[in-house]
Design a protein around this ligand. Sequence first.
Ligand SMILES: C[S@@+](CC[C@H](N)C(=O)[O-])C[C@H]1O[C@@H](n2cnc3c(N)ncnc32)[C@H](O)[C@@H]1O
Length: 268
Amino acid sequence: MDQAERDQWIQDYYARRFAESDRLTTRSANGQIEFLRVQQLVSSRLRESSRVLDVGGATGVHARWLAADGHSVTLIDPVPEQVAAAATHIPDARALVGDARDLQVEDGSVDAVLLLGPLYHLQDRADRRRAWREAYRVLVPGGLVFGAGISRAAAALKIVLARSFHDLPANALLALLEDGTDVRAIPTEGFPGGHHHSAAELTDEAVAAGFTGVTTVGIEGPAGLGLEMLPPEDSLVSAGLTIADAATAAPPIADLSPHLLAIGTRPT
Ligand SMILES: C[S@@+](CC[C@H](N)C(=O)[O-])C[C@H]1O[C@@H](n2cnc3c(N)ncnc32)[C@H](O)[C@@H]1O
């Protein structure tokens, strides 16, 4: 599948097949941990009243709290149905149809860019580089980028746990682990995928785009995969958060987390 076909599939998946609005709030303990950890990792680094560009913002799961916290938020997503939902539910944010590879935003005009989605839906490194470079271009010097990836190690474990292992071509898991090829995209339904990262690769991409001080952390931490199968009960969410927070200080285990987050700065 080439990127143009995948982009088409992304439209269909997010507009009709999957309710992205529920993913982080009601589905599992891990979903809530992902939401709370992203909120904590981002909000602790933002200055008051920042201009935030939420690229791949879907229906506004993060734009909502960012706007409520007093930031000026512009959400960009390629799926018009999601953008319309965000515009309806978050009147304080601007919501636009657009693509991470070609942002219709002025140079040096925002304080922070969230890339929480595009990087794992772009299968070619050249496209991911365009997304990183666009984030760099629109940021002010000193501005922050937050780029999320799906961990290829955690994805491989998930495939085995889900027992779809038997259905995979023999070399598929190795391809996933070696270069991030998204084997889950082989049957053409379900999650559109694109590319899975290692923590080191996500860091490299951010550095190659010019960002400095880059650090990549696991979002949900090493318990996240197991907690994806458990309900969003307070005690589970709280335990998972404690583990994820502790693991932030141990970069070598970031790859065990379902999602990774690279945080970097456009140099002054
Ligand atoms: C799993 S959702 C993540 C939503 C939200 N940002 C979050 O962190 O929960 C991935 C999002 O990336 C968007 N996306 C896919 N390809 C994109 C691209 N080339 N540029 C911008 N957004 C894209 C999808 O439409 C979808 O809304």
